[in-house]
Design a protein around this ligand. Structure first.
Ligand SMILES: *Cc1c(COP(=O)(O)O)cnc(C)c1O
Length: 231
């Protein structure tokens, strides 16, 4: 298992490097978040030892127990899943990034539990580009309004957008969604809303991160290709 994870990371890094080369981008402009949900803390340690520093979880409860087993690890933690309002305070303590802001109410709660004396929490707006009712995220047409609502909160810093496109075996099927997210970010950036940056595009998972990088991803979230399948 340990050797597998090291090999898997090397494979993922190789694909990231190739995608960067193909699209004229620099490796340091793409952050690899290793999605450790469902996997035990020992595997996080293996990935950390192999050089990874950013880890993603999608449930507060699981992240809480995992983090207790990983105290002292100098990792950066990313919240990727839907955040319930009663979990906001604990999420704020556990995570250094939140990719899944999907309502003004959640943004307000996250802002309220923040300490104004500390650095603002980097957040992304999750966009539901395909309008799938089964998924969280705001519709493309509502992103600008939400960005304007987040902007005044001094304890949050809006850094960009996140998408989980409809699943397809063929990564080419999702390329249009990645393009759409990038175009949406550019159009909002052009509004020059104070305290709003659209620099970060969190897009691309195990099956399609290379295509996402070609389309401008600055953060890819890779689980299965690093840790293996989830049961
Ligand atoms: C689980 C998950 C991932 C990782 O998916 P893989 O296909 O295993 O790479 C990425 N992003 C989010 C939001 C997830 O929930």
């Amino acid at each position: 298992m340990i050797a597998n994870i090291q090999d898997n990371i090397a494979w993922v890094e190789d694909r990231i490097a190739t995608a960067c080369l193909r699209s004229g981008r620099r490796r340091e402009d793409v952050k690899l978040v290793a999605v450790s949900k469902t996997h035990p803390p020992e595997l996080v340690r293996v990935a950390y030892a192999a050089g990874l520093r950013d880890f993603g979880e999608n449930r507060v409860q699981e992240a809480t127990s995992k983090r207790q087993a990983l105290t002292g690890l100098g990792a950066t933690w990313h919240m990727l899943g839907h955040l319930q309002s009663n979990k906001v305070r604990i999420a704020r303590d556990l995570f250094q990034w939140v990719h899944s802001v999907d309502s003004p109410r959640l943004a307000e709660k996250l802002a309220q539990v923040g300490d104004p004396a500390l650095a603002p929490l980097p957040v992304l707006i999750e966009v539901n580009l395909a309008g799938e009712t089964s998924k969280a995220g705001v519709r493309a047409g509502d992103v600008e309004a939400l960005a304007e609502q987040i902007a005044p909160f001094a304890t949050l810093k809006l850094r960009g957008l996140m998408v989980i496109p409809p699943y397809s075996e063929n990564p080419e099927d999702v390329r249009p969604y990645f393009r759409q997210l990038r175009a949406l970010a550019s159009s909002i950036e052009a509004r020059k809303i104070p305290n709003v940056s659209m620099r970060e595009l969190s897009m691309g998972m195990s099956n399609d991160f290379a295509v996402a990088i070609e389309e401008g991803a600055t953060i890819v979230r890779v689980g299965t290709a690093i840790f293996g399948g989830r049961t």
